[in-house]
Design a protein around this ligand. Structure first.
Ligand code: URA
Length: 288
């Protein structure tokens, strides 16, 4: 990539590249093409989708009046993707996260980062919203009351907590257990995507609306999100990884089920759909 002469543009570019690096994006592809007519109003920045972002630099005028527009395509490419061992890949992601200060949650009373827990080779992964007080204290997701219910749900599926992997959209406790805000989710979810890409589960269960909406980038009520599988492939997964992605199911958050136990039967239907796909036999009592 040519280094721009203008100091402020150069600084902005360096900052932007550093930002992408922090998200685990290291490969930048440059494409140049001719524009036949002069560009009068150069576009400063075009964002096509969160999955693949394209930055277009202002057109540079050249002598004959045509413009050359340099487009830098930023394709997420995870640092750990050359690691076939998910344990090593997760360690790279954890190291990259460091003592994270990327969003305001680091200043709002978190005790520690709650990265994720479980079997790095898991076929089944659960994704929640964010740590609560117990999780913040113990450094592990779903260890409070909602966690006890999640454990029972996992047991009813005929498996153990140690067999699955559990993570959250945000890795720091939002103050007063408030819902994580959009910028916090956007800053943190690339790390979740990388965890998913490292583990390569067959099925992901999104627990509650925050997890579902962040993973699927769909803004719909739970009643519409539940009851079906979605194909899910985090952006930036290389085809040579051999992983075609996961199936994603949405169910109620255990904390919601604690408030409204009548919905447990509905959650059990969601889990049965997952069990059927994974060939799991329910625990004899079979109750959530
Ligand atoms: N709720 C969540 O969404 N995640 C946890 O880890 C605990 C409670």
């Amino acid at each position: 990539m040519p280094i721009p002469q203008n100091d402020s543009v150069r600084r902005a570019l360096i900052e932007r590249v550093r930002y992408y690096n922090e998200l685990g994006i290291y490969d930048f592809y440059r494409r140049e093409f001719q524009v036949s007519a002069p560009v009068e109003q150069p576009q400063e920045s075009v964002v096509t989708s969160p999955a693949v972002e394209r930055e277009e630099m202002p057109a540079r005028k050249i002598a004959n009046g045509t413009a050359v527009r340099t487009s830098v395509e930023v394709l997420p490419s995870y640092l750990e993707q050359s690691e076939s061992d998910p344990i090593a890949a997760l360690k790279i992601i954890r190291d990259d996260l460091g003592d994270c200060t990327r969003c305001k949650l680091h200043q709002q009373g978190r005790k520690q980062i709650v990265f994720g827990v479980g079997n790095p080779h898991a076929e089944l992964m659960f994704v929640g919203e964010g740590p609560g007080a117990d999780e913040d204290a113990q450094g592990e997701p779903f260890v409070g009351r909602a966690g006890q219910l999640l454990n029972n749900m996992i047991k009813a599926m005929g498996i153990r907590r140690e067999d699955v992997y559990i993570a959250n959209v945000v890795k720091c406790r939002p103050p007063g257990n408030r819902t994580p805000e959009r910028d916090e989710c956007e800053t943190c979810s690339p790390f979740l995507m990388r965890q998913i890409a490292a583990i390569k589960p067959k099925v992901i269960v999104a627990l509650g609306a925050v997890a579902a909406k962040n993973l699927l980038a769909i803004n719909a009520p739970m009643s519409e999100l539940r009851g079906r599988f979605y194909d899910f492939l985090p952006s930036g997964v290389r085809p040579e990884s051999g992983w075609q992605g996961a199936r994603l199911a949405v169910t109620y958050h255990p904390a919601f089920l604690l408030r409204d136990p009548r919905q447990k039967g509905e959650a059990w239907k969601d889990l049965q759909m997952v069990m059927k796909y994974l060939g799991l036999k329910p625990q004899p009592k079979g109750e959530v």
